[in-house]
Design a protein around this ligand. Structure first.
Ligand code: C5P
Length: 235
């Protein structure tokens, strides 16, 4: 497999073409952004943590029946993935109030929900990824009804699987964002699952073990990312 020219550079990853038109190489960076790019920084080692963690988790999800873009990890920071057409939806599931949910409804963080919530945002940087209702996603033809049902089914499996997985590591899964893509016409899980895209609170101390440490200037950012990876790997 040959790494060819760069196709795209995002906020946290670079994507390269390969000699196989159906496969891409994702290269995870240490760059960190928050608030739609308004806050910028670096988290040393983050690329390695997010790449490794995503691969571990995607393998587990495949076993649970969620197809993913993963082909194989190539190095600490690089993974060979299926070339998908990303659905322009950010899918967010929440188990506990936090972040934009707490802000939007004027409630405290930490309220446990009886049932997980499912929400979608329009993945559009210029518009600031606005929250949207499902009928708007359908009206804009961002997704078909059938694809949306599949997305919901997979998002629910991801939540149930990850809640249990992280709990075994002493981490409570508060919420997370996932993205899906189309590959040979099928919906598959793409992008990443990492401390950048999940809220994880330490079960014993309640400490935030995710990107909120960077967003909210809580300190020990690198150490926290390293600790999460250590727990995920059972080191
Ligand atoms: O900010 P908000 O509370 O809506 O975030 C919900 C979850 O989605 C958090 O785990 C956050 O890290 C993740 N998220 C993300 N990328 C975004 C927006 C949110 O990974 N663009």
């Amino acid at each position: 497999m040959q790494k060819l020219e760069q196709l795209y550079e995002g906020k946290a990853k670079k994507v390269f073409k390969t000699d196989d038109p159906k496969a891409l190489i994702v290269d995870y960076k240490d760059d960190a952004t928050a608030f739609n790019g308004e806050k910028k920084g670096q988290i040393a080692g983050k690329g390695v943590v997010n790449n490794t963690m995503t691969n571990i988790i995607f393998k587990i999800l495949e076993e649970k029946g969620v197809p993913t873009h993963l082909i194989k990890q190539l190095s600490d920071r690089e993974t060979l993935v299926k070339a998908v057409k990303i659905l322009p939806l950010e899918v967010i599931m929440r188990n506990v109030s936090a972040g934009s949910f707490a802000k939007r409804y004027g409630v405290e963080e930490g309220i446990e929900f009886d049932e997980p919530t499912f929400e979608v945002s329009y993945k559009n940087d210029d518009l600031g990824d606005p929250l949207m209702c499902e009928s708007h996603a359908l009206a804009l033809k961002l997704v078909t009804k059938e694809q949306l049902e599949t997305v919901k089914k997979y998002a629910s499996i991801v939540n149930e699987t990850l809640k249990e997985f992280f709990l075994e590591k002493g981490l409570k899964l508060i919420d997370f964002k996932i993205e899906f893509g189309l590959y040979d016409g099928e919906v598959i899980l793409a992008d990443e699952i990492s401390p950048d895209t999940c809220r994880l609170w330490d079960v014993k101390t309640g400490e935030k073990m995710d990107k909120d440490r960077f967003r909210r200037d809580l300190g020990n950012v690198e150490e926290t990312y390293a600790e999460v990876l250590k727990r995920v790997k059972n080191d």
